[in-house]
Write a protein that binds this ligand. Structure first.
Ligand SMILES: *Cc1c(COP(=O)(O)O)cnc(C)c1O
Length: 410
């Protein structure tokens, strides 16, 4: 039995192969590389029950991860995240409560930890010393944390409207960080142009093969957590799409292993109306997206005007029988408030977007009442601006203005 069953890297378009023992970025065609595994051997040698017996963390999936040796692991405690039913938040009559997979419990408070734990571990093992990333915040925070832990240098480039907390947490975790007067794609160009000069290894979304392997564990975990009976529909807040592509890859691998069987969940890509390139491409039947002009939304994690993996996202949506949906910032804010007030769960705006999209999809007849639905909350709500509290009380004249609870509204 091997620790990892990874065998090769393969271009996601041309399927030409690359040496998995070397530090790799994109394929020769400039497309993402994906890791391949010896699933036949794994199927013979490991039972799914064995994995279920291990401690519940990301590394229990090591056969389906690229690390050859447990000594390569750079860890901050990557726990299995819980599924929490939204029992009290509004839903259409007769529908089952949707479940939230609450990724905010991970190190650095977002699911970016999954991808960066694996990618930083691999980058270090393959000889990288200086890591650079364009980031809307959470990816940079996770890269900074794991780089510090690994003893590597980290350089982060953030659009200047990145949430303040993200900038501060990146700086406190030992990385160099800049506010850039542009969008995420401008930051990506900066990393590109500094690579050769400063010796950076580029950890941009899908520009190296292992963040997606880390994100894949969301799909693996969901399978084990649901007793290998995956939900019917999964709503995913989609920026670069690593998680969505990663889950689809995970389920293909689990299917090949015979550990799950079809039907697989329908995937729903959720975006904001102020930045919805995938929704536009999906609805027009295109196989790739065009860049979104003047992208804006409070949901910083999904403010990605152009995604390198757009064709992989669109293929996964179509193969799964899913769809793509954009929701407005006001719907996101209302959703965040509803779930906080009624269910006591403080979602990130991106997570709230999935609940808003769920309501819209249900109202539009795109879901069945019996569907088991999972929504992804990808980051801690504590990282984002929250409404100011203005109520004051005078100890010398208490209760003068009366006492009331916040209204949950409709
Ligand atoms: C990065 C991020 C996303 C988008 O994830 P992708 O897998 O890159 O599409 C969504 N929400 C939050 C909070 C994020 O940080």
């Amino acid at each position: 039995m091997r620790y990892s069953y990874a065998t090769h890297l393969e271009c996601s378009v041309g399927h030409d192969r690359y040496d998995i023992r070397k530090l790799q970025g994109l394929s020769a065609a400039g497309k993402p590389l994906l890791a391949g595994y010896d699933l036949e051997a794994l199927r013979r040698e490991v039972r799914r029950e064995e994995i279920a017996r291990r401690p519940p963390n990301l590394w229990r999936w090591h056969e389906l991860l690229p690390l050859e040796d447990p000594a390569w692991i750079v860890s901050l405690g990557e726990v299995e995240t819980p599924l929490i039913a939204l029992s009290h938040s509004p839903r259409p009559a007769g529908f089952r409560p949707p479940m939230v997979k609450d990724e905010s419990r991970l190190p650095t408070g977002s699911f970016k930890a999954r991808g960066l734990a694996v990618a930083v571990s691999m980058a270090k093992a393959r000889g990288a010393r200086r890591l650079a990333i364009p980031t809307n915040g959470n990816a940079g925070a996770a890269m900074a944390a794991y780089a510090a832990r690994a003893g590597l240098e980290a350089f982060c480039f953030c659009p200047d409207d990145t949430p303040e907390i993200n900038l501060s947490e990146i700086a406190l975790q030992g990385a160099a960080v800049w506010r850039v007067n542009g969008l995420i794609n401008d930051c990506a160009r900066l990393v590109e142009s500094g690579k050769a000069k400063f010796g950076w290894f580029d950890l941009s979304t899908l520009k190296e093969p292992y963040r997606i392997e880390g994100k894949k564990t969301m799909g693996l975990e969901l399978a084990a957590q649901t007793d290998w009976q995956l939900p019917d529909v999964v709503f995913y807040p989609t920026g670069g799409g690593t998680g969505l592509i990663g889950m689809w890859k995970a389920w293909a691998e689990l299917t090949a292993l015979g550990w799950i069987s079809p039907p697989l969940p329908r995937l729903v890509a959720v975006q904001a109306t102020g930045c919805a390139p995938i929704v536009r491409a999906f609805d027009s039947g295109a196989s790739a997206a065009t860049a979104w002009e003047n992208a804006h939304t409070i949901a910083a994690g999904i403010r990605v005007p152009a995604a390198l993996g757009d064709f992989l996202i669109l293929a996964a949506l179509r193969e799964s029988g899913g769809f793509a949906l954009a929701v407005s910032d006001s719907a996101i804010e209302a959703a965040r408030q509803q779930v906080g007030l009624r269910d006591g769960l403080l979602l990130s705006p991106e997570g709230a977007a999935t609940y808003a999209a769920y309501l819209e999809a249900a109202a539009g007849g795109r879901l069945r009442a019996s569907d088991r639905v999972v929504l992804f909350n990808c980051a801690s709500g504590l990282k984002y601006p929250m409404p100011a509290v203005t109520a004051r009380m005078d100890v010398r004249a208490p209760f003068a203005a009366g006492i009331s609870l916040p209204s949950p509204g409709s």
